[in-house]
Write a protein that binds this ligand. Structure first.
Ligand code: FAD
Length: 517
């Protein structure tokens, strides 16, 4: 519910330099596209929705939107623009579910491809020792979950929220509480079909065109449009024990988290979050969790405190019901949380994985879902995380009322090498995610300006103190900043760009490269 002003969309954005004689080239390029015949269709009207995203802060209007029905629709539009060469400013942005935060799936005056229209191939399952599913890249993870469960299977690695497309998360990484064991989603893909920036359709995997395969995974859409993915599956559990417990000491909390991710016999999901100065915290949990020690829990107060919540889950099937509680007690017995704050819940596997959607529905009802989301996602090396916690949770943030602050470690030594995702130099690093919502037009502590200022203070502190962090779901305004983000990997990244998308047609919303003109 925000208005888009076509004139001011991005004319003052530093990335977009004025173009030479736009009207002549623009008209030619347009008519060339308009003459094309597609299995789906190309629309020059009603394109406004593609100039919005979950972040709610960037609005770049495209020229046209392609609703593809086949891979060849996508390939021919990219090929056509590639063949126009440097005479056109046209770019192509693949749009998954549009849940980017800073316009990454938008294409200013370009063509947006609505990936959810691509329904081919039909989801097809392969059972056996290494089960997998072939899916269209515009498919939502929630649909893959439901269909896989019919075969008793499920993907291994998830995001916290499942109403995102395969192409959208594989372009970043796809990190959640399973990543400590299975790696991010980009580590759980066997094969991709990709349309490169020249319009070529390529099947790639570890064995076939492996450089393109690695480039595209975590590649921020820069090297190709993923049209199909082969996703690794595992037998799906039926039920989940979902557990929360609080800590007041960061050192004890992080030690326990690190011990859990290092163990071979651990929980199936390990995350955590920070709570600063919240009232009635445990009362809120009671609607979905049961306290292990209700009397002691009643005495506990969260007000005014900085607390760290360990959130873990153990999967199980009904035939394991008789020993699952004992297994969990064993795992918990090594941990040093505040005993009175242990809360447990038992839910179905689907309800556990789709848990954020429940919050989405509640927020939608209150009109609080479609608000600006100034999020900051950081990857912090283990050696810096204590300093970070001390300054950020002890000083910069005075409360966590603007949205959840997630914190959990992963160990990269269990991840695959060679994707385009950049991480801190150490094997163990923490994902710390400030998932803020801003109240539109508020000038107070819940307003956009205040939240952005706080995030900038956090980034400034990380820079000043040389913490060696990397941003996840990164967003920068200049190529110099991107170079710093990629560090020594920039050379490989930019070389791959010149091979797979030499005119820089793809994913202009990431603002890494500018279309060659
Ligand atoms: P879009 O926003 O549509 O696109 C994202 C980028 O990928 C764009 O640059 C776009 O051009 C490109 N792209 C899209 N489709 C393709 C394709 N087929 N081929 C090539 N490039 C493509 N991330 C996590 O890792 N873990 C989480 O737990 C997590 N939780 C989230 C919770 C919520 C509520 C939200 C809104 C986001 C969350 N994210 C999480 C971030 C999310 O993974 C990314 O924002 C993701 O890109 C969104 O997917 P999408 O389908 O909406 O992609």
């Amino acid at each position: 519910s925000f208005t888009i002003n076509r004139k001011n969309l991005c004319s003052n954005h530093p990335f977009f330099t004025p173009i030479k004689s736009p009207s002549v080239h623009f008209a030619t390029a347009h008519s060339s596209l308009a003459e094309m015949i597609f299995d789906g269709h190309l629309s020059f009207e009603n394109t406004e929705h593609t100039a919005k995203d979950f972040g709610g802060r960037y609005h770049f209007m495209p020229s046209a939107v392609l609703y593809p029905k086949s891979v060849s629709d996508i390939s021919s539009v990219v090929k056509n623009i590639f063949q126009m060469g440097e005479t056109t400013e046209l770019t192509v942005g693949a749009r998954g579910h549009g849940h980017s935060l800073e316009g990454q799936a938008q294409a200013h005056r370009g063509v947006v491809i609505n990936m959810e229209s691509l329904r081919e191939p039909e989801m097809s399952f392969h059972t056996g020792i290494m089960p997998y599913v072939d899916v269209s890249a515009g498919e939502l993870w929630i649909n893959i979950l439901h269909k896989s469960l019919k075969h008793g299977l499920a993907p291994k690695s998830w995001t916290d929220y499942l109403h995102l497309t395969v192409g959208g998360t594989l372009s970043n990484a796809g990190i959640s509480g399973q990543a400590f064991e299975h790696g991010p989603q980009i580590d759980n893909v066997y094969q991709l079909q990709v349309v490169t920036g020249t319009g070529e359709v390529v099947i790639c995997s570890e064995e076939q065109h492996s450089d393109l395969f690695h480039a595209v995974l975590g590649g921020l859409g820069q090297f190709g449009i993923i049209t199909r993915a082969r996703i690794a599956l595992e037998p799906a559990p039926k039920k989940v024990k979902w557990i929360r417990a609080l800590y007041s000491d960061f050192t004890i909390f992080s030690k326990d988290q690190e011990r859990l991710i290092a163990s071979d016999n651990s929980f199936n999901y390990i995350e955590g979050f920070v709570i600063i100065n919240r009232t009635g915290l445990l009362d809120n949990w009671r609607s979905s969790f049961s306290s292990k020690d209700p009397i002691q829990a009643n005495q506990f107060t969260s007000e005014g405190r900085v607390l760290f919540c360990l959130e873990v889950a153990k999967y199980f099937n009904l035939e394991e019901s008789d020993h699952i509680d004992k297994d969990i007690d064993n795992l918990l017995s090594d941990l040093n949380y505040i005993q009175s704050t242990l809360f447990l819940s038992e839910v179905s596997y689907v309800d556990f994985l789709d848990r954020v959607h429940v919050s989405e529905l509640k927020l939608q009802e209150k009109g609080l879902w479609e608000v600006p989301h100034p999020w900051l996602n950081l990857l912090i090396p283990r050696s810096s995380v204590h300093l970070f916690a001390q300054e950020v949770f002890g000083n910069i943030l005075s409360d966590t009322s603007n949205g959840p602050v997630l914190i959990y470690p992963v160990n990269k030594s269990r991840w695959k090498n060679g994707t385009s995702m950049v991480t801190p130099a150490e094997n163990v690093f923490y994902l710390i995610a400030f998932l803020s919502s801003a109240i539109p037009s508020s000038t107070g502590k819940d307003g956009l300006e205040h939240i952005l200022t706080q995030h900038q203070r956090i980034l400034n502190f990380c820079g000043r103190s040389n913490l060696g962090i990397k941003q996840y779901l990164p967003h920068y305004r200049t190529q110099e900043e991107w170079k710093a983000h990629f560090g020594t990997f920039w050379e490989v990244f930019s070389k791959r760009k010149s091979i797979y998308d030499p005119l820089a047609i793809l994913a202009p919303g990431q603002r890494i490269f500018q279309k060659r003109r």
